[in-house]
Write a protein that binds this ligand. Structure first.
Ligand code: HEM
Length: 407
């Protein structure tokens, strides 16, 4: 559910007036046209690090150099709270909310499932599923890309990582959708309870009958000489499920929207599969999805800005890729750009473990899609639905159209 607390609050005394800029991350001007561009305007309109009185009042760091520093300095910028406002954090989410060194133990448990060898073993299955989805969609000449493709593939990949039945796919897509986007609080809570019951059932099943999958690994793991508590197990499984859903769905939505509106880029990718690896990085750089945040642990001064212990600071990962101090002409997508630089998957010890899987899912989807649907555009009279949120830039609807003669 989206959190709505955008009213202004009084600016605290330690924040000087020249560092105050009114920015509501839930509704930046222009977000419905190009949400990343809406954030990018901060580079021209606000100080590099500023305080906004919206959403409980918090700092925002807009430049790549500062985002990188704040992502990796856990002593000063802790992950124990990552929501804005801080009061919106209801669960302790592991491993994300644990700082090093406590974080190391959790990370060691889940990492083997995301290593290149483990992902390589999943690839044929994901490729077959992606192909099947596109084959179902292609003959009709149109689709709503988010529901018909981008929400389905990440769930399929998650089910493969944890070795759960693919038949549960539709039910999980619907629960996840209600939890993350449902406007009705009661239905969202029921969906939460449904998801919890589903995960608990499989945790108990794998406790009794361990397999070679990530839930079994987590259930039977030890940190030092102790087993994990039920809360720790559930928390790890929950993030592995949710960490890769909305993020990947939205990123794919932004990429397909870009290709639908840039026919020359689309045709270049369709004709030159060898460009796709670099193109994926460049498209990720231009279309960042995550707006993460940190809790400031001590009074300190950084680049002349005085922070107070307990302040929250937002570090929109997408702004790193769009910073012209790092990438020249950053709004232009150029598949030939050498080494596109971004921090879409974070930095340091908390770097997204699912990054390789996410990259492979995008590349596999591009292969399957461009093979059968090499040209496509936005359906006339429709408008993609974009939004900016507390943790994600998202795209909720994308209507596409193509000529079935080429299918
Ligand atoms: C496009 C897709 C994805 C994006 C953009 C993304 C982005 C991120 C980012 C930025 C972080 C670090 C958060 C921070 O620094 O505050 C993170 C952490 C994490 N992600 Fe992803 N992610 C994606 C896909 C996935 C997938 C597919 C999975 C698992 C199947 C996953 C699981 C996780 C987990 C478990 C963490 C916590 C890691 C830790 O705290 O050590 N993510 N992700």
């Amino acid at each position: 559910m989206r959190f709505q607390v955008a009213d202004r609050v009084p600016v605290p005394e330690h924040v000087p007036p020249e560092l105050v800029h009114d920015f509501d991350f839930l509704d930046p001007p222009g977000a419905s046209d190009d949400v990343q561009l809406a954030w990018k305007r901060l580079h021209d309109e606000a100080p590099d690090i500023f305080w906004t009185p919206r959403n409980g009042g918090h700092w925002i760091a807009t430049r790549g150099e500062d985002i990188r520093e704040i992502q990796t300095n856990h002593r000063r910028f802790s992950q124990r709270v990552m929501t804005i406002p801080a009061s919106a954090q209801v669960f302790r989410i592991l491993p994300a909310n644990a700082d090093p060194p406590e974080h190391d133990g959790y990370r060691r448990i889940i990492m083997p499932a995301f290593l290149p060898k483990a992902i390589a073993r999943l690839e044929d299955g994901i490729r077959a599923q992606a192909r099947e989805l596109v084959e179902q969609i292609a003959p009709s000449g149109s689709c709503e890309f988010i529901d018909d493709f981008a929400r389905k593939l990440p769930i399929i990949a998650f089910l493969k990582v944890v070795d759960l039945p693919l038949d549960d796919r539709e039910m999980l897509v619907s629960l996840a959708d209600t939890i993350m986007h449902g406007a009705d609080r009661k239905r969202a809570e029921e969906a939460q309870a449904g998801m919890l019951a589903y995960m608990t059932r499989w945790i108990e099943e794998r406790r009794a009958h361990p397999g070679n999958d990530l839930i079994s690994t987590v259930v039977h793991a030890r940190i030092g000489d102790r087993p994990l508590s039920s809360e720790e197990i559930l928390s790890l499984v929950r993030l592995i499920l949710f960490g890769g859903l909305d993020t990947l769905t939205s990123l794919m939505g932004f990429i397909w929207r870009f290709l639908a509106t840039h026919p020359d880029h689309c045709s270049e990718l369709a004709r030159h599969p060898e460009l796709r690896r670099n193109a994926v990085e460049e498209l990720i750089r231009r279309h960042g999805v995550v707006n993460t945040a940190r809790y400031i642990t001590e009074d300190c001064v950084y680049k002349g800005v005085a922070f107070r212990s307990g302040d929250m600071i937002q570090i929109p990962n997408s702004l790193f890729g769009l910073d012209e101090r790092i990438t020249p002409d950053p709004l232009t997508v150029d598949f030939h750009r050498p080494h596109p630089q971004h921090v879409a998957f974070g930095n340091g010890p908390h770097t997204c473990p699912g990054a390789l899987l996410a990259r492979r899912e995008i590349a596999i989807s591009l292969d399957a899609w461009l093979d059968l649907i090499p040209e496509f555009g936005l359906a006339p009279g429709t408008r993609p639905e974009l939004h900016s949120g507390a943790s994600n830039n998202g795209i909720l609807r994308l209507d596409l159209l193509w000529n079935t003669a080429s299918v």
